[in-house]
Write a protein that binds this ligand. Structure first.
Ligand code: ATP
Length: 200
């Protein structure tokens, strides 16, 4: 069993996230990809705008219909800062024999040396860094990799969407169409998320 794990704030989830997950599923022949919304990201200055339940619900709407995509709510339920190493250790213990792949944008790979126990992260999972378009990320020297196969690179088409931009657009009353699935747009309108008066 090859299990892909995709952590993020997903505030909100968008098509860049979905395409990254799908490219990794294809390229690495993953049996399942789990989206893992973080309670809060220890490396981000500001906390998420939408609460954990809302971000999980948006992710659930976004993956609807994909038989191999799942949302795992454990980090939101656990609360506090979400450390990948804790989540990976739990999932490894629950899935003996599964091969774990931890998916991230290549931009996030540069921060990996600053994570809690980065070497342990690399022992628990193969880190998969996804290059967008012409990006050519390399393994950060600070990781001191003994075994180069602990990091793999996958390419995807450039897709410049960001959750920050979606929040800004929602706040300005601009269109979100084709940036995130229609069900996510309907949800965030319904909940009045990211409106200008909520400080998005
Ligand atoms: P924000 O704009 O709020 O910082 P974000 O859009 O970068 O959010 P995150 O939830 O922080 O989204 O990102 C989760 C993961 O998705 C990270 O590994 C990040 O590199 C990756 N990612 C974000 N946007 C894209 C995109 N457009 N294409 C591919 N990967 C992306």
């Amino acid at each position: 069993m090859k299990l892909g794990l995709f952590g993020g704030t997903f505030d909100p989830v968008h098509l860049g996230h979905l395409l990254l997950a799908e490219r990794c599923r294809e390229e690495l022949d993953l049996d399942e990809v789990r989206f893992l919304p973080a309670a809060s990201n220890p490396l981000k200055e500001n906390g998420p705008v939408a609460d954990g339940k809302q971000r999980c619900e948006m992710a659930q709407f976004a993956i609807s219909g994909h038989p191999q995509f799942k949302v795992d709510r454990r980090e939101v339920k656990r609360g506090g800062p979400s450390y990948a190493v804790d989540t990976l250790a739990e999932i490894a213990a629950e899935n003996p024999g599964a091969e774990l792949f931890f998916l991230m944008g290549a931009d996030a790979l540069a921060d990996l040396p600053d994570w809690k126990e980065p070497q342990r992260v690399l022992e628990l999972a193969t880190v998969v860094a996804v290059n967008r378009g012409d990006d050519t990320a390399v393994v950060p020297a600070a990781l001191n990799l003994g075994n180069a196969s602990q990091v793999r690179f996958v390419a995807m088409p450039a897709c410049d969407y960001s959750a920050t931009d979606l929040r800004r657009r929602a706040g300005a009353g601009m269109s979100l169409r084709y940036r995130t699935p229609a069900a996510v747009i309907a949800y965030l309108y319904d909940k009045n998320l990211y409106r200008a008066d909520e400080g998005a």
